[in-house]
Design a protein around this ligand. Sequence first.
Ligand code: NAD
Length: 523
Amino acid sequence: MNTFTNEPLTDFSKAENKNKMLAALEKVSHECGKTYPLIINGEEIMTKATIQSINPSNVDQTIGIVSKASKHEAEKALEAAYNTFTLCADWKSTTPKIRADYCFKAAQRLQEQRFEFAAWMTYEVGKNWAEADADVAEAIDFLNFYGHEAIRFGKGGDVLQYPGEKNELVYIPLGVCVVIPPWNFPLAILVGMTSAAFVTGNTVVLKPSSETPVIAYKFVKLLEEIGLPPGVVNYVPGSGSEVGDYLVTHPKTRMIAFTGSKDVGLHINELAAKTAPTQKWIKRVIVEMGGKDTIIVDKDCNFESAVDGVIASAFGFSGQKCSACSRVVIDESLYDKFIEQLVQKAKTITIDEAQKNPPMGPVSSKQAFTSILNYIEIGKKEGELVLGGKKIEKNGYYIEPTIIKDVSPTARIAQEEIFGPVLACIKSKSFDESLAIVNNTMYGLTGAVYSNNKKNLDKAKHEFYIGNLYLNRKCTGALVGVHPFGGFNMSGTDSKAGGNDYLLLFLQAKSIAEKENVPGNSR
Ligand code: NAD
């Protein structure tokens, strides 16, 4: 029986939890700046070339210096994963239950080290405490959920029985899975894709984001500590264009699980579609990509709740979620009053170093900082800046919560993913016009509607063309098992992470028909 339940979030208003987080931050701060090896087939390999991971809240602080794989080490990792898949008896003949137990054990370890893992993310990517804690909770959920799911798939699929035959449908793994996660959920997404791959019997080459290689290392070490056989998950940080491309094009790669930007996702999809001369299969590709997520505010709605929902969705983790609200489409009857309220609320958001647990921390990197500020300049020409718009002079990548009104639905800031604390406000004459606006981008990831009008909510259920629709609630915060997550169109392959279909993507089904012994017919 599937006994999965979501991991509760930590209540930091309780002194006990607050003290645990402060202690974890203190402990981790003393461990910052260490060096980390690659891990290939259980062997730790130091390289000359390195990746420096820095704290976006304080760019003088180095979080870790991580070995950087070249094509040579990428090849080694692929060979290790391939040999483990094809030869390692400890892995090949393992039952789904034993593989699931690795997930359950890893989830338990994460629970035990919850504050420490959250603290690493606070330093490495600038998440405030609640965001970092939610990231760990989601990682625990993925491990537990996929563990149960693997046991379910291990029982095979339903088939009809044909007279005189025993008929079965069994699910078997694919082979080597290259896992390429983004930096913005540096634990949850990495853990979700990696565990889905190994719990189904595949082996993994994990190339983490160069912005968050330390938290990735911590998780791979945790897998080693719980006894996952060497070679099942191989850790090779490296350049996307060098190591990423090499792994994707490699003939022994059987599948790729990627989450990240549209441009990189499409590039990977294209590369993976080309067949190398010695390749024996068509590579399977999961690419989950960006969004231009929109909230509709209907003329009849719970006004306060809509304001709160837009603020939380637009500025939580500085708008750096694929599900973040970056456009709000407001009925003309409420437009001015709604924007006034948004501005009032957003003004109260304080910004500080993530370790100090502010409502909003920095953005993740210099590259993101420059790109977001550039979009703000574009936005100032495309609409009227009503809040923010500036960087904050501190020793990190801080940008004010920014609201731009009177934006045309076809403006660049209404069409392109900004991935920062920038909200475009668009005026609409009717609910139908609002629906036409929300569907006018190439993306289709998340969105929400605030309305008290049942007919309009029903219309949104049919016509709002996105993978994750929320009615009268914010558009961020998908829960594993509850809100299976993934988008349409250029938001990706809609693989629905945390859903009942997800593990199928890491498996292939084999149909077996066995002729039954007919008495007297044995000659
Ligand atoms: P990114 O595309 O820059 O990088 C993602 C990963 O791809 C990283 O590990 C990176 O090193 C690697 N990479 C880069 N170039 C590569 C190449 N040529 N070959 C192989 N790998 C390569 O994305 P990011 O900045 O890390 O993450 C932010 C993006 O991710 C946003 O667009 C966001 O919307 C999206 N995202 C989507 C989801 C979802 O579920 N749809 C979830 C989280 C983030």
